[in-house]
Design a protein around this ligand. Structure first.
Ligand code: SAM
Length: 279
């Protein structure tokens, strides 16, 4: 266990504050501060940014972010039991940590941060994908965040960075890569967490592009992609029939083969189809 700050080791913090992990809240804690500092570094320069952290728990990653120089961290934690431990961190880094005891799914978090904003989180697995989809589909682009550095189950991480042609490629890959760059920055074994989850984990780093890679109306694109992958084993002409009676014409106009399946279609193809349907 390293001493990246003068606060007590996390095992001691957990014992002092009685923070036994609750499964319902997706609590798998990172206790190695070297590791949390390494995760924080995956987000790049933090000194000129406000950081949103969802689910700080006992504060391992929070301490990593602050020790790595984050200008300010706003940490949103649902479990009130964690607040005293987080208050100790706030006292050790005066003026740099704001803790909000709230449900991240119900909070207008942007109101608490000043751009540029980076999001860094060891997400609760039960709400991770929902939060990611929200961050990827804001009302306007570019989004309020410049990058997302997020822990997921390895399988979800692979879906985010997947390329066309495989089983992992689907809605998440298209949503993520249409307007961001996405890469797996680190992989972690179950033993990195306390308690260890059943699955392996990975940190994904996404950077928002200033503009989408290919033009398309976001709402139409989302509908096309959701519909196509909803029945991913069907040919496109069957899977997308509900979108238009002339779906085969639209598919051909977009340069797509009506007998192909969704997982063969690159992002550019989905955007062309969305444009054809919108037109
Ligand atoms: N960041 C800590 C770490 O790395 O050790 C804890 C990570 S743990 C996987 C997920 C954390 O998210 C828990 O502290 C849990 O209480 C919190 N959490 C779960 N659901 C939440 C929600 N809807 N809003 C905010 N926090 C939530």
């Amino acid at each position: 266990m390293s001493a990246i700050d003068t606060l007590p080791p996390l095992r001691e913090v957990i014992a002092t504050h009685g923070l036994s992990a609750k499964k319902a809240l997706g609590q798998n804690f990172l206790l190695d501060l070297n590791l949390t500092a390494k995760i924080a570094r995956q987000a790049g320069d933090l000194a000129s940014c406000d950081v949103l952290e969802v689910g700080p728990g006992p504060g391992g990653l929070t301490r990593g972010l602050l020790a790595e120089g984050a200008r300010r961290v706003v940490a949103v934690e649902k479990d009130a039991r964690c607040l005293p431990a987080l208050a100790e961190i706030a006292a050790a880094y005066p003026g740099r940590l704001e803790v909000l005891n709230a449900d991240a799914l119900a909070l207008d978090w942007a109101a608490h941060l000043t751009p540029p904003i980076k999001v860094v989180a060891n997400l609760p697995y039960n709400v991770g994908t929902e939060l990611l989809v929200r961050w990827l589909t804001p009302a306007a682009w570019p989004p309020v965040w410049t990058s997302l550095t997020l822990m997921f189950q390895r399988e979800v991480a692979e879906r985010i960075v997947a390329q066309p042609g495989g089983k992992a490629y689907g809605r998440l890959a298209v949503l993520a890569q249409w307007r961001s760059t996405a890469r797996i920055a680190m992989t972690l074994p179950p033993e990195a967490f306390t308690p260890p989850p059943k699955v392996r984990s990975a940190v994904v780093h996404l950077e928002a592009l200033p503009e989408p890679r290919f033009p398309a109306d976001p709402a139409v694109l989302e509908r096309v992609v959701a519909t196509a992958f909803n029945q991913r084993r069907k040919m496109l002409r069957a899977a997308l029939r509900g979108l238009s009676p002339e779906i085969e014409d639209h598919l051909r106009a977009a340069g797509l083969t009506p007998t192909d399946r969704a997982e063969q279609v690159p992002i550019e193809g989905f955007c062309a189809l969305a444009r054809s349907l919108a037109g």
